[in-house]
Design a protein around this ligand. Structure first.
Ligand SMILES: CC(C)(COP(=O)(O)OP(=O)(O)OC[C@H]1O[C@@H](n2cnc3c(N)ncnc32)[C@H](O)[C@@H]1OP(=O)(O)O)[C@@H](O)C(=O)NCCC(=O)NCCS
Length: 145
């Protein structure tokens, strides 16, 4: 399993277009302006990908630039269906946490749909705790200190 940070805009855009299909329904159909969303990730976020046998197996996009709150934000995390339950999500979230910590962040947060049982179970297993209700979604947070 190879984990790397993407630095080229084009590879970040291609990666998130590919990982869009890991979501049901695909992320590109779920977000209002997917193209701009991905551009924002490429401009201000950091993307790590995990490759298995040359294939893109998963990716995570994190913002670790809010120096006022010192709270990093995971905007996406996805493992392609054929690669799940092999520890890829675990490696990616660990990488995002290490990176955020190195950037001076003291906690890491994300938003997840309440009906996304897989993701809820995943984040629970990673010690994320409830940090607020937002209707169909909840915020989860984990300390980095
Ligand atoms: C959530 C997601 C990223 C997990 O990725 P993954 O690579 O399969 O995760 P891991 O293999 O590292 O799983 C780690 C632990 O999380 C928990 N977990 C993961 N998937 C689970 C599932 N379907 N049911 C129950 N627990 C689960 C387990 O405790 C698991 O450990 P175990 O396999 O030893 O039991 C993946 O299911 C996914 O991409 N889902 C679609 C996209 C999505 O919803 N992303 C989250 C948006 S907020």
């Amino acid at each position: 399993m190879l984990v790397e940070e993407l630095t080229q805009r084009e590879s970040i855009v291609n990666t998130w277009n590919h990982l869009s299909d890991a979501y049901q329904p695909p992320l590109s159909t779920r977000l209002e302006d997917f193209e701009s969303y991905v551009e924002r990730i490429a401009q201000n976020g950091t993307t790590f990908v995990c490759k298995e046998g040359g294939y893109l197996a998963g990716g995570i996009a994190v913002y670790a630039n809010d120096t006022a709150s010192k709270t990093a934000f995971v905007t996406q995390l996805a493992t392609m269906p054929g690669f799940r339950r092999k520890g890829i999500g675990t490696v990616l979230i660990a990488r995002a946490c290490d990176y955020s910590k190195a950037k001076g962040m003291t906690s890491i947060k994300l938003e997840v749909r309440k009906n996304n049982k897989r993701a809820m179970a995943f984040y629970k297993s990673k010690d994320f705790i409830f940090d607020g209700d937002n209707g169909d979604t909840v915020y989860l947070v984990r300390s980095l200190v």
